[in-house]
Every structure is written in structure tokens, then in C-alpha cells.
Design a protein around this ligand. Structure first.
Ligand code: VG1
Ligand code: CO
Length: 564
């Protein structure tokens, strides 16, 4: 086979962010742009003789990129590619395939929840042999390679038919096209109590309806296989289940803003259990009639019930919990009561992998609708949804005389642990200078201690908040001792409340500022306080946070783009 060397020049800005390289499709379509990045991956991790998985969320430009990876990968000595049929694998399914077939790594083609199509986003992410996103040591190396690249290698052969399952070859490389869904369904069937869930949803079908929304992302076929085929729910219990390259023009992000179709149908049709997943299938939202579960509460509740209700944890036990720093401390209270260690890591799933590999972490989550466990090394939207169904089925088996729905489970949880009210404000695509000014001003407060001990009163609620400390979050990985600095600025108040400011690392344009707000109310406050609406519970604190950070002035925005 003739290996050709193609001359190229470095492109600026090929630095992987929180979760891979994400840019507009038009950027990736520039001559040599995608090729450069793929070659940089192979320059950073020598693929000679290795087996790699390829899968994407089916968005626009996925099929072309699979062929690009074949050309460059075969020229760089990859021994075998395992590829999802039509180039499709959800992010959690890809993580599972890497682990199950002992591959050396994988390349995931997704920009997650960002809109797709010729005028929207595309992304490329490298995962390592444990099935998780490459750690910073690897992504930094890839970035370094993109800055000095001068040639890339290709073997030019006719494209592989991605629609045909089975074995073939591309030049010197073996290729296996596999079913995108079946291994994943089997994985979940091994983890959860499917007979219990099936019996519950079928015997209570009049009072407990289920609706899954695939948001035209990759999870449609996975959801159909699980909810309709395995659990026997009616076809009407899945919607937007056909993956589309542009996600039907929508924004495949499961939150109250973008999953409004789900929210409306849940309310209109009295659906007790609704859930949605994002473009690449690693996020989830749980939403039942009149009951929204914040992701921070969701992971705490799963952690609370798992050892009792979910076979995988009943058998294997729970070896520690974790959350990302901006996520609320709800899961910490569960860990404390159960005597488990609870880790706090920077934003991004890659930071959980080492702890899982070391056997010190079983269940973890992020406030950004990410929930998962050590069954794979990515967050897992459908896993979280089935976990909730498993827990609800179990809770109802325990109390057969009432219907325990999402709302009852939440209220029960708050009554035991108290409640961390939590909300995130996103200011999307603001000017980079404004965002930098906000960060600089907070850093000045940190170095001069100028906010500590100052007291601020909310004009609308009269609540007083005294600043205890302002700090930068730095993290040292307890396993490999790698250090990640400046992972967000934290303002802590005397009463335990907290506000965090962070710049997003997944945007494809301009800067996005996130403000995370949290206030704890102990169980002793009683149901009236505990079961308040989130925005009401946080009103005073949000006012104070906006005022002391001068966020509105720096960003020149009165209101956030999205509130979750
Ligand atoms: C966001 C979330 C973060 C998540 C990341 C990837 O990152 O805040 O919690 O891990 O997206 O999720 P950032 O840097 O924009 O805040 V996904 O579903 O896009 O893989
Ligand atoms: Co995602």
C-alpha cells in the first residue's frame, strides 16, 4: 500500500477543551484541518499495531470524518478499527466497546449537546484504553503536536461501506463494523433489575406513564431498544427517537429550556416519569409531572438507593462517591451518612477515571446533567434514566399501598438529608474581554482578601450573606498526583452558601461564563422550606452574587442565556 505524505501547516486553536476539540463544521471542513488534528492524535499516541474504536453521534460531518480517520489511521499503522454501524456509537456505548473488546483507545465524533448541521458544531475527542476521555497529559501532548505539524500520512483507498456489519480491510488495517446498540443494551441488562422494572411499569401503566425523548440525537435507537423492546412500553413512550444529522434543527441539550417538548407533554399528558438525553447520549434530565430533578440531587438519590435497589451495586458494593466542584454538595451528605469517601474534582468527566480505575469511586455526577458510575468511563444518560426507573420500581415494591413517584422520592430525600438548593446561570457567547475582566476582578479580590468578612443584604428578601472566603479551585489527582489549576473561582459565605464562577471549555465561539449558586437548608427547617421552588429558595443569594461580582457590568448582559 502506498503511504502518501501530505504537506500541511499548523492551524491555530486546535486545543482540546473540557471534552475534545469542538468547532464550527465550517472550520473542520477547511482543507487539512481535520486531517491535521487526527494526525496530531496519532503523533501523540503511537497507534502502531493497536486496536481503536470509532463512533460518533451521527451529526453532520461524522461519516466523512470516519473515512478520514481510516485513511490516516491505516497509514500510521493502526492494526484494527472497530466502528459502530453507520459510524454511530453514543459516547457511553463507545466507552463500553473500548472496555469490552479491550481496545487501546477510541476516537469519538461529537460536539455533544451543541447544535449540529453544516452551520453548527462538530467535534473530535480521543479516549484512552480505560474507555474514558484522555487525561490532560495526553490532550496537552496532542495540542503540542498540532502546533508543529508539517505533514500527515494517508493511504488513499475507496471509502468503506459503514452500513454493512462485519469484517473487511482497509489497506493493511482490519476493520470490523459492529451493531451500535446491542452491546450497550446487554450492559444495562447486566446492571439493572429489568424484570422488576418491567413488572412495575406494566402493572402500574395507568398511573405511571413513561416518556423518553431522544431529542433527535444518538440515543433514539438505544432508548427504543430499552424502553419499547426490553421493557415492553408502548411506542408512544419514546419521542424524537430518530437520529438526525442536524438534530431536527434543535439544540439537543436535556434541560428545561431545550427539552421543552418533553416538559410540555409530561405536563399535558400527566406523565409521572419523563426523561431526555443529549446529542451524544451522555447527559440526562429526569422530569416527571410537576417534579424536576436537579442533576446534583439526581446523583445523590441514586447514590442513596443504589446498594439496596440496583443489582450491580448490591453485588459489587459502593467504593466511594464523587462530584465535580461546581456540583452541589447534596451527594456529600449521602457519603457522610454512609461512611463513604467523597471526591471533589474539576469539571469534566476525565477527572473521575483515575479514581474509578483505582477502585475508589463507584457513583458520580456533574451538575451539567451528567450522571454515571464505574460501569464505563463516561457519563451515561440512558444508564441514569434506567437507574431512576429501577429505584422507583424498588421503592414501590417496598411501599405497595401508595404510588412513589419522583416527587415523593425527592421529598423523602430532603427530609433525611436536608436540601442544597442549586441553580446555574449561563451567559453564552459574551465578549472574551468582558469575561476576562470578571475573572481578573475576582482574582484581585482573592489576592487582596477584599471581599472576606463583608456582609451583603438582598434587597428583595432582606437576607444577609457574609463572605467567608474567596478562592481559586486547584486540584491534585490523588492517584497520579497531576495538578490542574484555576478550575473556577469560589465565593463561600458564612452560612455555607456558595457561588462559583467558571469559564466554559466546550463553547465553539466567544466566551461562555457560568455562575453556579448553592444554598443549604437543613432537614430541621421543615417541609415548607425544603420543598420550595428552586429560584425562590435562591433569590436572595443570586442577587448578592450578581452584585458583588459586578457580572452584569462586565458582561454587559442583564439576564443569562439559560438557567438550569
Ligand atoms: C460542560 C459542562 C461539564 C461537562 C462538559 C462536557 O463543560 O459544564 O460539566 O463535563 O460540558 O459535557 P464546560 O467546560 O462548557 O462548562 V458533554 O455532554 O458536552 O460531553
Ligand atoms: Co454529551
Amino acid at each position: 500500500y502506498q503511504v502518501k505524505e501530505i504537506q500541511t501547516k499548523p492551524f491555530e486553536g486546535q486545543k482540546p477543551g473540557t471534552s475534545g476539540l469542538r468547532k464550527r463544521v465550517k472550520i473542520f471542513q477547511q482543507e487539512h484541518y481535520t486531517e491535521n488534528f487526527v494526525q496530531a492524535i496519532f503523533d501523540a499516541v503511537d497507534p502502531k499495531g493497536k486496536t481503536l474504536v470509532i463512533g460518533g453521534d451521527g451529526r453532520y460531518y461524522c461519516p466523512e470524518t470516519v473515512q478520514t480517520i481510516l485513511k490516516i489511521g491505516s497509514a500510521n499503522g493502526v492494526a484494527k478499527f472497530i466502528i459502530g454501524k453507520d459510524g454511530i456509537l453514543s459516547t457511553p456505548a463507545a466507552s463500553n466497546i473500548i472496555r469490552k473488546y479491550k481496545a487501546d483507545g477510541g476516537i469519538l465524533l461529537t460536539a455533544s449537546h451543541n447544535p449540529g448541521g453544516p452551520n453548527n458544531d462538530f467535534g473530535i475527542k480521543y479516549n484512552v484504553s480505560n474507555g474514558g476521555p484522555a487525561p490532560e497529559s495526553v490532550t496537552n501532548k496532542i495540542y503540542e503536536k498540532t502546533k508543529s505539524i508539517s505533514t500527515y500520512k494517508v493511504i488513499e483507498l475507496p471509502p468503506i461501506d459503514l452500513g454493512k456489519k462485519g469484517f473487511s480491510t482497509y489497506g493493511p488495517t482490519n476493520v470490523e463494523i459492529i451493531d451500535s446498540v446491542s452491546d450497550y443494551v446487554q450492559l444495562l441488562e447486566d446492571i439493572f433489575d429489568f424484570p422488576l422494572i418491567k413488572n412495575f411499569v406494566q402493572s402500574r401503566s395507568n398511573e405511571f406513564k413513561v416518556l423518553f425523548d431522544g431529542m433527535h440525537g444518538v440515543t433514539g435507537p438505544y432508548g427504543h431498544a430499552i424502553f419499547v423492546d426490553a421493557l415492553g412500553l408502548p411506542e408512544s413512550s419514546v419521542q424524537n427517537a430518530i437520529p438526525l444529522p442536524d438534530f431536527g434543527g434543535g439544540h439537543p441539550d436535556p434541560n428545561l429550556t431545550y427539552a421543552h417538548e418533553l416538559v410540555e407533554r409530561v405536563e399535558r399528558d400527566n406523565i409521572q416519569f419523563g426523561a431526555a438525553s443529549d446529542g451524544d447520549g451522555d447527559r440526562n434530565m429526569i422530569y416527571g409531572k410537576g417534579a424536576f430533578v436537579t442533576p446534583s440531587d439526581s446523583v445523590a438519590i441514586i447514590a442513596d438507593w443504589a446498594a439496596e435497589a440496583i443489582p450491580y451495586f448490591k453485588k459489587g458494593g459502593i467504593h466511594g462517591l464523587a462530584r465535580s466542584m461546581p456540583t452541589s454538595a447534596q451527594i456529600d451528605y449521602v457519603a457522610k451518612k454512609k461512611g463513604l469517601e467523597c471526591h471533589v474534582v474539576p469539571t469534566g468527566w476525565k477527572f473521575f477515571g483515575n479514581l474509578m480505575d483505582a477502585g475508589r469511586l463507584s457513583i458520580c455526577g456533574e451538575e451539567s446533567f451528567g450522571t454515571g458510575s464505574d460501569h464505563i468511563r463516561e457519563k451515561d444518560g440512558v444508564w441514569a434514566i434506567v437507574a431512576w426507573l429501577n429505584i422507583l420500581a424498588y421503592a414501590n415494591q417496598q411501599s405497595p399501598n401508595e404510588l412513589v413517584g419522583i416527587k415523593q422520592l425527592l421529598e423523602k430525600h430532603y427530609a433525611v438529608y436536608g436540601r442544597s438548593f442549586f441553580s446555574r446561570y449561563d451567559y453564552e457567547e459574551v465578549s472574551s474581554e468582558g469575561a476576562q475582566k470578571l475573572v481578573d476582578a475576582l482574582n484581585e479580590h482573592i489576592s487582596a482578601s477584599s471581599l472576606a468578612k463583608t456582609t451583603h443584604t438582598s434587597k428583595s428578601t432582606g437576607q444577609k450573606f457574609t463572605v467567608a472566603e474567596v478562592s481559586n479551585f486547584d486540584y491534585t489527582d490523588p492517584i497520579d498526583h497531576s495538578v490542574s489549576k484555576n478550575q473556577g473561582q469560589v465565593v463561600r459565605f458564612d452560612d455555607g452558601s456558595r457561588v462559583v464562577f467558571r469559564l466554559s471549555g466546550t463553547g465553539s465561539q466567544g466566551a461562555t461564563v457560568r455562575m453556579y449558586v448553592e444554598r443549604y437548608v437543613p432537614a430541621s427547617a421543615g417541609p415548607a422550606e425544603l420543598n420550595k421552588d428552586t429560584q425562590e429558595g435562591l433569590k436572595g443569594l443570586i442577587e448578592v452574587a450578581l452584585e458583588i461580582s459586578k457580572l452584569r457590568e462586565f458582561l454587559e448582559r442583564e439576564k443569562p442565556t439559560v438557567i438550569t
